[in-house]
Design a protein around this ligand. Sequence first.
Ligand SMILES: *Cc1c(COP(=O)(O)O)cnc(C)c1O
Length: 375
Amino acid sequence: MKYPLCDLKKANNRFAPQLREAATRVIDSGRYIGGAEVELLESDIRLLTSTATAIGVGNGLDALRLALRACILAGRLNEGDGVIVAANTYIASVLAISDAGLKPVLVDPDEETMCLNGEAVRRNLTPEVKVIMPVHLYGRVAWDNEMVQIARQHNLLVIEDVAQAIGAKSPADGLFDSHTAGGLGHIGALSFYPTKNVGALGDAGMVVTNLPDIARIVRALANYGSDHRYHNIYKGFNSRLDPMQAAMLRVKLAHEEELTAERFALAMAYRNTINNPAVKLPLMSSRVTDCVWHQYVIRCRERERLREFLSTRGVETDIHYPTAVHHQPCYSELSHLHLPISDKLAEEILSLPITPGCTSVREAAEIGRIINEFK
Ligand SMILES: *Cc1c(COP(=O)(O)O)cnc(C)c1O
């Protein structure tokens, strides 16, 4: 394979000496659960998102699950309440909603941004809806003034799925004092899965919030529901961000801006090279942080043929995601939904390589020129 989609060994190679040093530090510390590494990472993420509290958890799905369950335990939500989420998201967003006993209200995203927007929220608002879950899909911040207004006007909770968008910023005001994904709404859930923009060398996730009650409950829930030692106020879980991963993540998080700038440069290389009329490019914004380019997702009516063509030319691609959530067998109860934009996207989207350290700007331009040869 000449152009791999995402070669993690290659991507992490530039950090290898520092990662080894950090691993040695953890080995020698004798502290293998919690401790300074986790606390320092939490503090870095708190600063990055301008939020009051950050809580390390086991993975991104747990971050969402614990956030939603905490809202119920805090009396901010009741079981059965509706959560608006775009149907073209990764299924984890929706699994967390069902897991908490809430009702996913799947809606079509905006066709241009491929993300939820305020207008879609307004169109789908019913009295049962109590939560908006913007998923900053592909790294693009799903946030606008209308969403802020609706959330305020109807007293809705905003829980952001930030798994793909660490460091992304919105020009529109958040509900608190942050413009950064995760700090825009009431609670943000981050994932550090190895392929994410800031990826661990294993699983890790984090919850960020400005709500003290939610922070307290998430912290307890992630630790067997315990508020202090051997005293359990909730029927909780064990979901921890381990210090080895925290140490790995602190190395990489220090380079977050540089990695984001590299993703932007790769997106620009595609934008400036691809001119095949059969291919529709994703929206390109001039501000580096409007989209942190977790994926570069093009569209093509003949997607399967293009994908096959690229494969024969050594370009590895993927589809994020080939099946909208309401067509997944586990959500057969939602299969009646008519979501034409989500369906169309699932048929036309194609993700190109965009991992810093794995694909260079020169290679992105080469891939662009190969795409231009597609007839
Ligand atoms: C990766 C991802 C998750 C889940 O994160 P994990 O750490 O893999 O559990 C949730 N939502 C979205 C949009 C994701 O891309």
